[in-house]
Design a protein around this ligand. Structure first.
Ligand code: ZN
Length: 605
C-alpha cells in the first residue's frame, strides 16, 4: 500500500492541552479545526494503543465534552462508545473536553501534583477525514508556583517551544501525533550521543540514580542495534531518542514508539551512585530498554501489513506477533551480550530461564505462537487462571523460535548468514523509508504480509526453513534446541523442576491463606479435583503453609498419596492426591570449553 501526503495547510488542526487540575487528575484539551467537514465533523478517540494489543476504550476517561464555533455552542452527538459528530458549521470548529488521567502505566495517561504523562491515544481526538493534515500542539504548565520548575520531555518536534520547555510543538499527521508520548514534571535528565542521534534518559519518581552509569551502559547497546540494521552508515533512523522512565516501588513495563519509549520500572532496578555490579534487577532494566529500542526499527518502522495503517477503532489481527515481539525478545538480551553489557554465561542463563518458562506451560501443546499472536487481544492480554493450560507466550516461545531459526541458518551456512541478514532485508524492504524526514508517511508504506516471512528468510540467507517455520511457529511441538545448540559448543540439559514429588499446582500466599492460583492440566492436583482459587488448609491432618507444603513434597515420593483439605467458596472439601514425578523443565545451558567459531559469531567475542 502506498500513501501520499497532502500538503500541510496554513491553519490546520491545533490542540492545546493543559493539566488543568493535577490533584483531580484532569487534563483539559481544546481542539480547533479550521475546516470542519461541511456536513458536520466526526471525531473519535482510539480504542487501543499500538504496541499493547487489547481494547481499552480510552474514551471512557473523557468526563466532559462540548463543541462550539466562536461563541456559539454546537450540538455534539455521541454516535458510539468512541465517536462524536458535531453539528455543521462554516467557521472553525472548537471542541473542549476533559480527560481523567489516573492510570499509572505506560499505556494511557497519568497526572497528579508530582508529574504528568500522556499518550496521544488517551488525549487527542481524531479529526475523521483529516488524519493526513499536520497539526500543532500547545503544551501548557499547570497554574501555580508549585509547578514553576516543571519541564517537558517529548520527541514531538518543537514549533516554538524551547527544548524541554512548555509551548508549541507540531506533528506531521495524526499518526505521528499519537506516537510521541509526553512527560512533564521535575524529572532527572541525562544525555549521550550514539549512532548519529541524541539520546536522552528521563527519570521521573523519587530515586537516587547513577545517570552516568545508565548512559555508559546504554550507549554501546544503542550503537550495536543501529549497526545491526545499517552496517554501512551505523546510523539510527531518528535524530533524537528518549527513554522516558518512571521509577516506582514495584512495577515493570515498556511501550515502544518511533523515536522514544515509555518505561516503568522498580526504582531498586536502577543503578545507584557507587553501585559497581550489574544486579539482576538492573540487567532486567537494560533488557527492557534494549527491547523497546529494538522496536524503533522492528514494529514501529518494519510492520506487519495488518498494521498499515493501524485501525484504532477495533482489533487489528495478525499471526505475526511472534516475529515482531518474539524476535524483539530474542534480540533484546542478545544485543546486551554483543554490546558487552552482560557476558556470555549470563546470557545463556537468561536463555535457559526462557526455555524453562516455556516448558512449564502445558498450553504450548494446544496453541502455536502464530495462533497466540492472532488471539493476543482476547487471550494473551486477558489471562485468567487457565492461561498456563491454554496459552503459549508469543514473546517467550517466539524468542526461542527466533533463536532456533538463527542457529539453524548459522549452522547451515557455516556462520556466513544469520537471522541478522533477515532483519536487514526486512529493514531495507519495509522499514527504512516507512516515514519521511518530516515524520509523515515515507514512500514505502507497506508491511510484511502474513505469509511473507519464509520467502524473505530464504532470500536473505539462501536457506529454506519453510518446514521448520511450519513446525515451530504454526505447530505445537517442542523446539529441538539441544541439537541446534550442539554445533555452537553449548549443552542444554533438563532437570526436574521442583522437589522429589509434585502436586501440579501453582500456589501463592495471600494474607493468611494459601491459595491455588493455577491447577496445571493433567497434573496430580487437577486429577484429584483441585481447582484454581481453592484455599488449602491442611495436608494429612496438619495445617499447611507454603513452606510446610514444600518441605512435605521434598520428603514424599512420586506415586504416594496425600490428603488435602481445602475451602472452595465456603465449603470444606477433601482431596485424595496421588503425587507425580516432577517434569524435567529446569533448563541449564553450559558452554563447552574451547573456542567455537560458530558461537563467537553468534554471541560476539
Ligand atoms: Zn515488545
Amino acid at each position: 500500500m502506498t500513501a501520499r501526503r497532502s500538503l500541510p495547510l496554513a491553519s490546520p488542526i491545533t490542540y492545546r492541552i493543559v493539566p488543568v487540575d493535577p490533584h483531580a487528575h484532569l487534563f483539559e484539551v481544546h481542539l480547533t479545526i479550521a475546516e470542519p467537514a461541511p456536513a458536520g465533523q466526526r471525531l473519535a478517540l482510539a480504542t487501543w494503543i499500538p504496541g499493547s494489543y487489547m481494547i481499552r476504550e480510552f474514551a471512557r476517561n473523557i468526563v466532559s465534552i462540548g463543541a462550539r464555533s466562536g461563541r456559539r455552542r454546537l450540538r455534539l452527538l455521541k454516535l458510539d462508545k468512541c465517536t462524536w459528530q458535531a453539528a455543521a458549521t462554516a467557521g472553525p470548529l472548537e471542541i473542549d473536553y476533559r480527560v481523567y488521567a489516573w492510570d499509572l502505566s505506560v499505556r494511557a495517561a497519568h497526572l497528579d501534583g508530582t508529574h504528568g504523562f500522556f499518550n496521544g491515544t488517551s488525549v487527542f481526538l481524531q479529526v475523521i477525514g483529516q488524519e493526513r493534515r499536520a497539526c500543532t500542539v500547545d503544551i501548557e504548565p499547570p497554574a501555580g508556583a508549585a509547578f514553576s520548575r516543571w519541564r517537558v520531555a517529548t520527541t514531538l518536534p518543537e514549533a516554538g517551544a524551547r527544548r524541554h520547555g512548555f509551548g508549541r510543538y507540531r506533528a506531521a499527521d495524526y499518526d505521528a501525533l499519537l506516537d510521541h508520548p509526553v512527560e512533564m514534571g521535575e524529572f532527572q535528565l541525562a544525555a549521550f550521543d550514539a549512532a548519529g542521534a541524541r539520546h536522552e534518559i528521563v527519570v521521573t519518581g523519587r530515586c537516587d540514580v547513577d545517570l552516568q552509569r545508565l548512559c555508559a551502559d546504554l550507549e554501546p547497546v544503542c550503537r550495536a542495534q543501529a549497526a545491526l540494521f545499517e552496517p554501512r552508515t551505523r546510523r539510527a533512523p531518528f535524530e533524537r531518542y528518549l527513554f522516558l522512565t518512571m521509577a516506582v516501588g514495584e512495577g515493570y513495563g515498556g511501550l515502544e514508539h518511533r523515536d522514544s519509549t515509555a518505561l516503568l520500572c522498580a526504582r531498586s532496578d536502577l543503578p545507584y551512585p557507587g553501585m559497581r555490579e550489574t544486579t539482576d534487577g538492573y540487567r532486567t532494566f537494560l533488557g527492557l530498554a534494549s527491547h523497546e529500542y529494538f522496536h524503533a526499527w522492528h514494529v514501529k518502522r518494519i510492520k506487519p501489513a495488518a498494521f498499515v495503517p493501524y485501525d484504532l477503532t477495533r482489533e487489528n489481527h495478525t499471526r505475526l506477533l511472534w516475529i515482531f515481539e518474539g524476535f524483539t525478545s530474542y534480540y533484546d538480551d542478545l544485543m546486551l551480550v554483543r554490546a558487552g553489557a552482560i557476558d556470555a554465561d549470563t546470557y545463556l542463563r537468561q536463555l535457559a530461564r526462557t526455555v524453562s518458562g516455556v516448558l512449564r506451560t502445558p498450553g504450548r501443546h494446544l496453541q502455536s505462537v502464530a495462533d497466540s499472536s492472532f488471539d493476543a487481544w482476547t487471550k494473551y492480554y486477558r489471562q485468567d487462571e487457565n492461561a498456563p493450560n491454554a496459552l503459549v507466550s508469543y514473546y517467550a516461545k517466539g524468542s526461542l523460535v527466533a533463536c532456533a531459526l538463527d542457529l539453524a541458518v548459522r549452522a547451515r551456512t557455516r556462520g556466513r548468514r544469520s537471522l541478522d541478514d533477515a532483519m536487514r532485508l526486512l529493514w531495507q524492504r519495509y522499514g527504512r523509508r516507512f516515514y519521511a524526514a518530516d515524520g509523515g508517511p515515507g514512500d514505502t508504506q507497506s508491511g510484511l504480509g502474513e505469509d511473507g516471512f519464509v520467502g524473505l528468510l530464504r532470500e536473505a540467507t539462501g536457506v529454506d526453513l519453510a518446514h521448520e517455520v511450519a513446525e515451530w511457529a504454526e505447530g505445537t511441538v517442542d523446539l529441538p534446541l539441544a541439537s541446534l545448540l550442539e554445533p555452537f559448543g553449548v549443552t542444554l540439559s533438563l532437570a526436574p523442576a521442583e522437589g522429589v514429588a509434585t502436586l501440579g499446582l501453582r500456589v501463592a500466599t495471600r494474607g493468611a491463606e494459601l491459595v491455588v492460583t493455577h491447577a496445571l492440566a493433567g497434573g496430580a492436583g487437577a486429577r484429584a479435583g483441585l481447582s484454581a482459587a481453592d484455599v488449602l488448609v491442611a495436608c494429612d491432618g496438619l495445617r499447611v503453609s507454603e513452606s510446610s507444603l514444600k518441605t512435605l513434597l521434598s520428603r514424599r515420593r512420586p506415586g504416594e498419596r496425600i490428603r488435602l483439605h481445602a475451602f472452595r467458596r465456603d465449603e470444606l472439601m477433601d482431596f485424595d492426591v496421588r503425587l507425580d514425578e516432577p517434569a524435567r523443565t529446569e533448563a541449564t545451558l553450559r558452554r563447552r570449553p574451547g573456542r567455537h567459531a560458530l558461537r563467537l559469531g553468534w554471541l560476539g567475542r
